[in-house]
Ligand binder design. Structure first.
Ligand SMILES: NC(=O)c1ccc[n+]([C@@H]2O[C@H](COP(=O)([O-])OP(=O)(O)OC[C@H]3O[C@@H](n4cnc5c(N)ncnc54)[C@H](OP(=O)(O)O)[C@@H]3O)[C@@H](O)[C@H]2O)c1
Length: 228
């Protein structure tokens, strides 16, 4: 069953753009956000027969979040999907990172997603889904090979903050999902990744459309549950 209305935070390119296209193709309407010039999203919106509309937000900036909310008015959604994320410094190392680099990474990947999600909660319909794009690399339990240490830590922080949010939301008719898209050929995932955006997004849309489970789950693109 298609999802009637969605807002995707961070849809200028990569997975966010792919999800906007796919959810619109499945018959839903999508408010897709970018923080600046987003020609590919503009083209997708132009080709969508009005199913995709564009809004602006930089989740690092509280004023920008407030402006997004003001623009939404009374609009409500069945799915709020916070997709925006960054990979952080290339070295990924706790011994090499500066305070500013770490602050930026943690802010964008862990703190800002929670802030924008909490701001959007009044716009989420009952029995709707609040979803966060995390990563398998955010799993503490599955970290057996190391690497990408700081990015892992930022997504683990997002997962922990999201678990706490789920506790605060207990009793409310909201479903929470923490998602892993697979390793995907985007600017972030690079050209050697195993999945195309279309393959990942096809799986993610199935997971999102089939989600009837109350509470909070950590699920990857093919429906497999992940250990926290
Ligand atoms: N690709 C993978 O293999 C992979 C694997 C696991 C998890 N993920 C996660 O999936 C999500 C999407 O990744 P991707 O591969 O599609 O990456 P991407 O191609 O680099 O796209 C990242 C998106 O996030 C947006 N963004 C970044 N910082 C933002 C901010 N402060 N405010 C608003 N938007 C912001 C970007 O907007 P701009 O265009 O303005 O920069 C862009 O739309 C991320 O959370 C990532 O961590 C990706």
């Amino acid at each position: 069953m298609s999802i009637p209305s969605t807002i995707i935070i961070g849809a200028s390119r990569g997975l966010g753009l792919g999800l906007a296209r796919a959810l619109a193709e499945h018959g839903g309407t999508v408010t897709a956000t970018a923080r600046g010039h987003a020609p590919d999203l503009a083209a997708a919106a132009a080709a969508s027969a009005g199913r995709i509309t564009i809004a602006t937000v930089d989740i690092d900036d509280d004023v920008s979040i407030a402006t997004l909310l003001a623009g939404l008015g009374e609009q409500r959604f069945d799915l709020v999907l916070v997709n925006a994320g960054v990979s952080g410094p290339r070295h990924g190392s706790a011994t090499a990172v500066t305070r500013d680099e770490l602050a930026d990474l943690l802010w964008t990947n862990a703190i800002a997603p929670i802030r924008v999600a909490e701001a959007l909660l009044p716009h989420l319909n009952d029995n709707g889904t609040l979803a966060f794009m995390s990563s398998r690399l955010g799993s503490v339990a599955l970290n057996t090979e190391g690497g990408f240490d700081l990015y892992r830590a930022s997504k683990a922080a997002l997962n922990t903050l999201t678990r706490s949010l789920a506790v605060r939301l207990k009793g409310r008719p909201i479903r929470l999902l923490t998602l892993h898209p697979g390793w995907v050929r985007t600017d972030m995932g690079g050209p050697n990744a195993t999945l195309s955006v279309e393959e990942s997004v096809a799986g993610l849309v199935k997971v999102l459309e089939a989600n009837r489970t109350p509470g909070h789950r950590y699920v990857q693109y093919d429906g497999q549950e992940l250990a926290w």
